[in-house]
Write a protein that binds this ligand. Sequence first.
Ligand SMILES: *Cc1c(COP(=O)(O)O)cnc(C)c1O
Length: 461
Amino acid sequence: MNEVLRQFPAVHELLALPSFRSLIEEFGRDVVTQSLRHILDKLRKSALQGINVAGQLNSEQLSVQIRECLIDANRLYLQPVINATGIMLHTNLGRAPLAQEALDAAVMAGEGYLNLELDLNTGKRSHRSLAVRSRLMQLLHCASATVVNNNAAATVIALRALARGKEVIVSRGELVEIGGSFRIPDIMAVSGAILKEVGTTNITRISDYEKAVTDNTALLLRVHASNYRIEGHTEAPSLEELVSLGRKMQLPVLDDIGSGALIDMKTWGLHDEPLARESLETGADLVMFSGDKLLGGPQAGILAGRADLIQKIESDPLMRAFRVDKMTLAALEATLRLYANPDKALEQIPLLQMLETPLALLQERAYALARFLGNVPGLAAHVITVQSMVGGGSLPGKSVESAGLAIRSEQHSAQTLSQRLRQQQPAILGRIENDQLILDLRTVPPARDQQLLEMVQQANA
Ligand SMILES: *Cc1c(COP(=O)(O)O)cnc(C)c1O
C-alpha cells in the first residue's frame, strides 16, 4: 500500500511545472494549491481502498482537471436571464430592466468620479438627493422629494422621522405583507412608531379613524394593498376623506402607493393603479413608492410631498444608512428625465415598451419562432395565447394578453427541458403547463429571439 502512496507526486513539484504555473497565473496560487490538494486527497483515499489511480496521477491530466474545476468555480454567480415567464416585474429576476440612458448614466457614475455631493457652481458640498429632487418636484407637482434605497426603507424612515414613539393609524384592511418580508406591522415596529389598527379586514370607515385619534397620534397612514384584493362587501374611506380628517386634526396623511406609476396605466387596461401625482393633488402630505416597479427604473424608494416633512426625513440619522448608491442615483435621474416627455418614456423604458407591444406583433414573432423550432428534430412547438402579468406586487389578477410558444421535446420532459434551459448562458426561464414548456414573448426583447432559438436547440440536444 505504501508502494502506491509513494508514487504520488509532491504538491510543490507539481506547482513548479509549466502547466501549473500557467494555472497559477490565471487563477492565483492559493486556489490552485487548494484544488490540487483536494484532488490528490481524493485519489489517495481511492488508492488506500485498493483502487488503481496510477493513470490519474499524470501531471497534464491533473492540470486539465483543475482548470475545468476552476473555470466552473470562477463563473460569476449573477448571470443574465432571458425572462420568458411573462411576469414583467419579477422580483427574483431583478424587477425592471433599465432604459439605455439609465444604463449609460450608471456606467458613467461607476467608471470615474462625479459630482455626487458637490455643487459644481459653488464648489461647496451639496446633498445627493439634489440629482432627482427638482425632477420629481416637476413631475409630481410637489414641494420637495428625496430618495432612499427602496420603498421599505422609505416607509421605515418616514415613520421614524415623523412618528417615533407616537401612534400611527392604519386600517386593518391595509396591514399587508408584500413580497415575503415587508409586513406593515413589522415595519412599524422597526421604525419605533406605534401601530394603531382601526376597522376590520373588509370594512373601515372614516369614523373609525376619527375615533382613534388621541393626543399621541402622529399621522394617518394609507397603504396600497398592492398584491391582493378583497372582493364582495368592502368599504374603505377615500383619500379625500382621510385628507380632510387629517386637515381637521392637523395630522399629516402618508400614502404608501407601492408601485409608483408616473403615467396613466389605463391605456393598457390597468385601472386602479394609483398615480403619485394624483395622490398629492388630492392632498396626501407625503407619498412613497418604489423606483423599480411601474416606474421602470432602478431599485429605489421615493418620498415626495411637503417640504417640511422631507426635511425632517432627510435629517434623520437613518438617512445615512439608507442613502442610495451613486450608480443607482444616476440611473434614476436618467429614468426620470425620460418622463419629462412621456412619449420618450414610452419609447425607451423597457417596462413601458413591454406593456405597449401590440399582441399582433408578439404573435408574428411567435409564429416565426414556432416555424423554426418545428423543423428541429425532436421538438414540437406551437403558438398559444397566454396572459402576461405585471408582477412585483402590482396589480393582482391583472393581466395583458400575449403570445406564447408551447414547446414539447421527444427526448426530455418539460421539467428537464426547463432545467436545462436554466443552465444555458444566458439562462432562459419559462413556465410549465400541461407538461409543456411555455415561453411568453412579451417579456423577451425581440433582439433576443435568435438567442432564444439557439438556447432551446442546445438544451434539447
Ligand atoms: C412593493 C411595495 C413595498 C416595498 O417596496 P420595495 O421597493 O420593494 O422595498 C412597500 N409598499 C407597497 C404598497 C408595495 O407595493
